[in-house]
Design a protein around this ligand. Sequence first.
Ligand SMILES: Cc1cc2nc3c(=O)[nH]c(=O)nc-3n(C[C@H](O)[C@H](O)[C@H](O)COP(=O)(O)OP(=O)(O)OC[C@H]3O[C@@H](n4cnc5c(N)ncnc54)[C@H](O)[C@@H]3O)c2cc1C
Length: 395
Amino acid sequence: MDLSFSAEEEAFRQEVRAFVAEAKPQLPKNLGTPEQARRSKDDYLIWHRLLFKKGWVAPAWPRELGGAAWGVTQRYIFATETAKAGLPTTLPFGLGMVGPVIYTFGNEAQKKKFLPRILSGEDWWCQGYSEPGAGSDLASLRCRAVRDGDHYVVDGQKTWTTLAQYADWIFCLVRTNSGGKPQEGISFLLIDMKSPGITIKPIMVLDGAREVNEVFFDSVKVAAENLVGEENKGWTYAKFLLDHERSGLASAARSRAALTRLKTIARNEQLDGQLLIRDPDFARKLAALEADLMALEFTELRILSREAKGGKIGAESSMLKVAGSEILQRISDLAMEAVGYYALPDDLSLGDNEAVGPDYARGVSGRYFNQRKVSIYGGSNEIQRNIIAKAVLGL
Ligand SMILES: Cc1cc2nc3c(=O)[nH]c(=O)nc-3n(C[C@H](O)[C@H](O)[C@H](O)COP(=O)(O)OP(=O)(O)OC[C@H]3O[C@@H](n4cnc5c(N)ncnc54)[C@H](O)[C@@H]3O)c2cc1C
């Protein structure tokens, strides 16, 4: 879907296109393509550093802190153009999560110490929210931090910690008070991953990649200066961060790029002697998906335009998350159906096989398995529906 932009916005779009065209050949093959399971730490950082050099790594951060301070429309143009080119998004943990928490709620020393290193990519951050038994019901978390003079002692476990194996720092929700309402005894602590007493164990995911981990804390000493904001007020900062996380999850532009790839498959694969795209059953599923994606794109634009006029988005971010994740999963379901058994050799869990079948079949099974996650992380779709029921429908 193309929109009409003002002359200034159109000039910005051309600048983004030129940057993307120049950047793409400098990126490793598995980064400039939609495949993600085989990315190394350096693969992620190459894209991050190119954006940093250009001054575009933190689109929403204020300019005085090194951000690009783009408005909603510029952010939309950038996201759309990079998705079209098959480029990844930067990882959210530093730039989209802890960075905004630090510059909104942290003190001057924390801003000075952490923000420049998030921008440059020197520090890799991971998110320590979920625990076994505390995911949807996050406020029941038990990882404990006990104040002892000028430091805290942390004991407990986090889980599903994305890419913790690469992380220099983890931002953690910890329990600092067990009395009263569970939300009122939580604090937001920044912990150096090299601290003695931290153990990381991988959880292998369905596509065979190491994407998530368990992180254990055994009497880990953390300087009290690493507490963000006030003790026992961490729930406020945690919710601020989750609102940021959810509003970025709709990814209609990424679904559009995935749907384009799916159409390429359907125009080339044969079923019973005819092209798949001419098969009535397949064509019906494709058309339904396209209609739903267009509805999502319009909804996203409507919300963006409200935001551009200074309006706040609330429970709409839950609607975008549910619709966006379901569409992305349906595209990967249909792609899997379309390429059939060609998809299997690219499943990482089967080992390092040579590619079999046409190029467009590459990465299809990896994406299919990997994208089961999108309806779970960032608050599962059932939880988002609960939010919509309460906040929008008043149930
Ligand atoms: C790939 C991946 C990466 C992740 N990365 C991170 C990370 O980096 N850091 C981090 O902290 N967390 C991370 N998570 C954790 C994620 O936020 C949680 O998995 C999620 O919030 C769900 O929690 P849970 O897994 O404990 O499931 P549970 O809360 O146990 O839920 C189990 C099922 O019950 C349903 N359910 C639970 N409560 C309700 C209810 N009240 N009403 C209706 N249905 C309900 C859920 O929807 C789900 O289907 C990641 C998860 C995944 C899958």
